[in-house]
Ligand binder design. Structure first.
Ligand code: NAD
Length: 491
């Protein structure tokens, strides 16, 4: 098959990069060249932002229904293309079609925000002589920089509320996963979005990502990705215009399993959490703490489940786990495994590795008895690698679970309701699962992290706030002077 030609989408048109450069995208399963992708320059980002800026006055002056009809139409088009989108992500990043939910997730976001965009402010008569109101208004040009592991999840959860709130948008895809976003870009004109309302560029972070983070005309930026990149973006934002920032960053999420828990369930779900998508999820429970008396039984069940995982061609329905997303991911995971071998006990559950052209499969790895301060306990591996340690008391479990700079997701398995509540309160984490673990989440609950796992929260109920400024308007009422009107502090 000839490689796909993937161009930027700027001002309603598919365009090459200003310098004509492209980069090659290879399948992490077969190793075949699957696309030639336009590599955005700073000039391309400037063009995308200029188009968004020009489109803003008209788009923001529309009613929520007028904007919403295009989001609703896009949701329909995404739903109709679900199977095709699943194939695109399987091909480009090795995401198995068997666990693909991203098309559904994206359609849900465009559908929800097509009807939810009625941002309202407040009013107040608490200042004598004044009627005061607060307004919620779009920032202008909003932007997103997204990672590769679930491209359409991030494409939609950032763009849909931003557009609904009246912003226009510039998005940069990940250099590892531009295919499914490209397919959505092809739907934007059919959905009727005016030129410039949505602009999408492809490319690497150092050039186009940096150009977005430091752009003077972008006023709000939502980023999902690693802590390392988040730090660079935060600096670029501060060095340019202090744009409003939303960060969803990495994790080193703990799951605590008490002896009284349903061990089968705990082993099954924690195994799924870390191993699905080959460990490449931000909220995977990569540290598991098991109460000592049941640790042996738990580890045996966990290993037999990991051993039975079916690794293979991600485009086939029967495959449970695909390869790592590319060579650099594969190498990084192997480096961590080598590091882990120096400090703890390596157990290989014995999962079968299939033959593939690219050779980027990593079989699930379980580490036991890792010191709490070892590298593998502290850093995000982003691969099918889990550390299982033991504890004796609840106090000890909470202390070691919280001993991390991350705080995205934590889980606790127990049949003691009081202990479950104490742990839910005590875990330093943006999300806590009780008798469940990640990827369990909810549309209407805040998604985001404590500590270095993020800044801000996203969800159906909260995301609109990420894309709206607040303005206080003080309106003097004439004829009220006799009753003390005119004093803004009300004294
Ligand atoms: P990454 O940080 O390497 O890249 C993310 C995006 O940032 C890409 O589009 C990349 O091109 C861009 N980028 C890179 N350098 C940049 C720079 N200097 N300036 C601006 N942009 C730049 O992350 P990744 O490897 O794509 O994704 C994996 C990471 O994302 C993991 O740490 C994972 O935990 C995290 N993640 C977090 C969440 C969450 O919701 N908290 C969800 C998914 C992934």
């Amino acid at each position: 098959m000839a490689p796909l030609d993937v161009k930027h989408f700027i001002n309603g048109e598919f365009v090459d990069s200003s310098d004509g450069k492209t980069f090659d995208l290879f399948s992490p399963y077969s190793g075949d060249l699957i696309a030639k992708v336009a590599e955005a320059t700073t000039e391309d980002v400037d063009k995308a932002v200029a188009a968004a800026k020009a489109a803003f006055p008209e788009w923001s002056s529309r009613s929520p229904q007028q904007r919403g009809q295009h989001l609703a139409k896009l949701a329909q088009l995404i739903t109709a293309a679900d199977a095709e989108l699943a194939q695109a992500d399987a091909l480009s990043l090795g995401r198995p079609v068997s666990t693909y939910f991203d098309g559904y997730y994206a359609a849900m976001h465009y559908r929800y925000f097509s009807e939810a965009a009625y941002p309202v402010g407040t009013s107040s008569l608490n200042t004598p002589g004044f009627l005061n109101v607060s307004l919620r208004q779009p920032y202008g040009v909003g932007a997103a920089i997204i990672p590769w592991n679930s491209p359409l999840v991030f494409y939609s959860k950032k763009m849909a509320p931003a557009l609904a709130a009246g912003n226009t948008f510039v998005l940069k895809t990940s250099e590892k996963a531009p295919l499914s976003p490209h397919r959505l870009n092809q739907m934007l004109n059919e959905a009727g979005f005016p030129p410039g309302v949505v602009n999408v560029v492809h490319g690497h972070g150092a050039v186009s990502g940096h150009a977005i983070s430091s752009h003077m005309d972008i006023r709000a930026l939502s980023f999902t990705g690693s802590v390392r990149t988040g730090r660079l973006i935060q600096k670029a934002a501060a060095d340019s215009n202090f744009k409003h920032i939303i960060f969803e960053l990495g994790g080193k999420s703990p799951a605590i399993v008490f002896a009284d828990a349903d061990l089968e369930r705990a082993a099954k779900e924690t195994q799924h959490s870390i191993m699905w998508h080959s460990g490449q999820t931000c909220m995977a429970n990569s540290r598991i703490y098991v109460q000592k008396s049941v640790a042996e039984k738990f580890v045996a069940t966990f290993n037999s489940l990991a051993a039975a995982r079916k690794l293979g061609d991600p485009t086939l329905k029967e495959t449970e786990s695909g390869p790592q997303a590319d060579k650099s991911q594969f190498e990084a995971v192997h480096q961590y495994i080598e590091e882990g071998k120096k400090t703890g006990q390596l157990v290989e559950p014995g999962t079968q590795i299939p033959e593939s052209g690219a050779g980027l499969f990593v079989a699930p790895v379980v580490f036991l008895q890792q010191p709490e301060d070892s590298k593998i306990m502290k850093e995000e591996v982003f691969g099918p690698v889990v550390c299982i340690n033991t504890f004796e008391t609840e106090e000890e479990a909470l202390k070691i679970a919280n001993d991390t700079e991350y705080g995205l997701y934590a889980a606790v398995y127990t049949n003691d309701i009081d202990r479950a509540m104490r742990c839910a309160k005590g875990l330093e984490s943006g999300m806590v699962g009780v008798n469940c673990t990640s990827p369990t989440a909810a549309w209407d609950m805040p998604f985001g992290g404590y500590k270095q796992s993020g800044i801000g929260r996203e969800s159906f109920l909260l995301s609109m706030d990420d894309w709206l400024e607040q303005k206080a308007v003080f309106i003097r009422m004439g004829g009220t002077e006799k009753i003390g009107g005119g004093n803004i502090l009300g004294r």
